[in-house]
Design a protein. Structure first.
Length: 199
């Protein structure tokens, strides 16, 4: 594998959790370097350390699944894996974070103004608040120009991690990576962006 050196945007390692494949799918965000010529890229390799546990010298199962899914996505777009002299270096990072979303109780008395002057009703009620604790997963995929050591494209998927995800990690990873690359508009050797699939 080829090291990325001191690339500013590099993210290394991957954790053992994966993203949720909920009905609406993960939230996808992408960004690209507008000055980059994507027509010059035909080969790729993975950054040394991509998919490895941050505190260990081995690749996690989730890291291997992600790498396999990215490899499939790149090959399907005409890119060839070349670990010796790649045009693009690919890095990815998967993290999970515990989050809490809450809403305070709300007094609904003002809603009943339509009764005013007509008849006597109750003064209203309090809509109870809630606290929602959940795990959120974020998968980043970076494409880096090996010659300039500059990131040229980034895709991010964010979604909840549920028990269903843990029970079907292969399907979840494939779906998350496919959702990210559905927003990647290039094929190997072609500088012209291709039409993205309709949402």
């Amino acid at each position: 594998m080829i090291g990325l050196g001191t690339v500013k945007f590099a993210l290394v390692g991957a954790m053992a959790m994966v993203l949720t494949a909920c009905a609406s799918g993960p939230r996808i965000y992408t960004d690209a370097d507008p000055a980059s010529d994507f027509g010059q890229f035909t080969t790729f390799a993975f950054v040394d350390g991509a998919g490895k546990d941050a505190e260990a010298e081995y690749k996690t199962l989730s890291g291997q699944r992600i790498e396999d899914a990215i490899n499939l996505a790149m090959v399907s777009r005409g890119y060839q894996l070349d670990i010796h002299n790649p045009d693009l270096l690919i890095n990815f990072h998967l993290k999970t974070q515990e989050k809490t979303r809450s809403s305070p109780p709300v007094y609904m008395g003002g809603y009943y103004g339509y009764r005013s002057g007509m008849y006597v009703g109750w003064p209203g009620y309090v809509e109870p608040g809630y606290v929602d604790s959940y795990t959120e997963g974020t998968l980043n995929i970076d494409l880096v120009d090996r010659r300039t050591r500059q990131m040229v494209w980034e895709g991010t998927a964010i979604s909840r991690v549920t028990s269903a995800v843990r029970e079907a990690p292969n399907e979840t990873v494939r779906a998350a990576v496919a959702s990210i690359f559905a927003k990647y508009p290039y094929v190997a050797g072609n500088p012209v962006p291709q039409p993205l699939p309709q949402q």
